[in-house]
Design a protein around this ligand. Sequence first.
Ligand SMILES: Cc1cc2nc3c(=O)[nH]c(=O)nc-3n(C[C@H](O)[C@H](O)[C@H](O)COP(=O)(O)O)c2cc1C
Length: 218
Amino acid sequence: MRLTFINGSPRGSKSNTAKVMDYFIQGFLETPGNSCEIQFITRHRGDLNALAGIFSAAERVLIGFPLYIDAMPGSVKEFFESLTPLAGRCRNIELGFVIQCGFPETHQNRFAERYCEKLARRLGCCYMGSIVKGGLEGMAIQPKFLTDKYEYFFHALGLEFGKSGKLDPVLLEKLSRPEHIRQEDLANLIPFINKALWDDQLEKNGVLDRSFDRPLEP
Ligand SMILES: Cc1cc2nc3c(=O)[nH]c(=O)nc-3n(C[C@H](O)[C@H](O)[C@H](O)COP(=O)(O)O)c2cc1C
């Protein structure tokens, strides 16, 4: 089986998208005969038509990107628009997406997921589904018990996909948890996130006491 993975993160090879998809691809390649080509949208920004050409010649494609302000990054939207001439002509391509974001609730990604499903239909592709996950902000500094989970599920999804060509719905559902966070849990979570992501860095730089400064206020 031949897979083309298109990474749409503006952070390219250093992105969270790349990190989690490395686990997926490792699992995918465990089936003998499978191969994977990785493309980065950032490296094609001067000529997105070349990437559209790679897309149109592919068999199975996964396009991965983070949420930037509730939607796909501008460079990903630009790539999608470059596929316009292919509308209705991609019957031989199986297309899926990897959509992840920083905030913990996976639900935030569901609107972009619906857009992606519609895009696949309009291109005439067979839609394979989407891997959707919240909570990846600051992945590099998250505790190991959280990142182990990403490694396990992305690897397992890739392994299954490598054997069957399908995204396992049970694994997709388990990975996506929590879909929503209850208000009472949020009250405990927010101070934890503030400390781990922001306050620790402010403290390291000796400016924690200035975290509420408003330098631009007249
Ligand atoms: C400009 C910008 C906008 C973002 N907007 C959102 C957002 O609307 N919702 C969210 O949950 N995370 C948001 N994030 C966090 C990213 O989605 C998150 O860190 C993601 O894992 C980054 O993936 P990447 O490293 O593959 O680019 C934003 C990050 C940046 C830099």
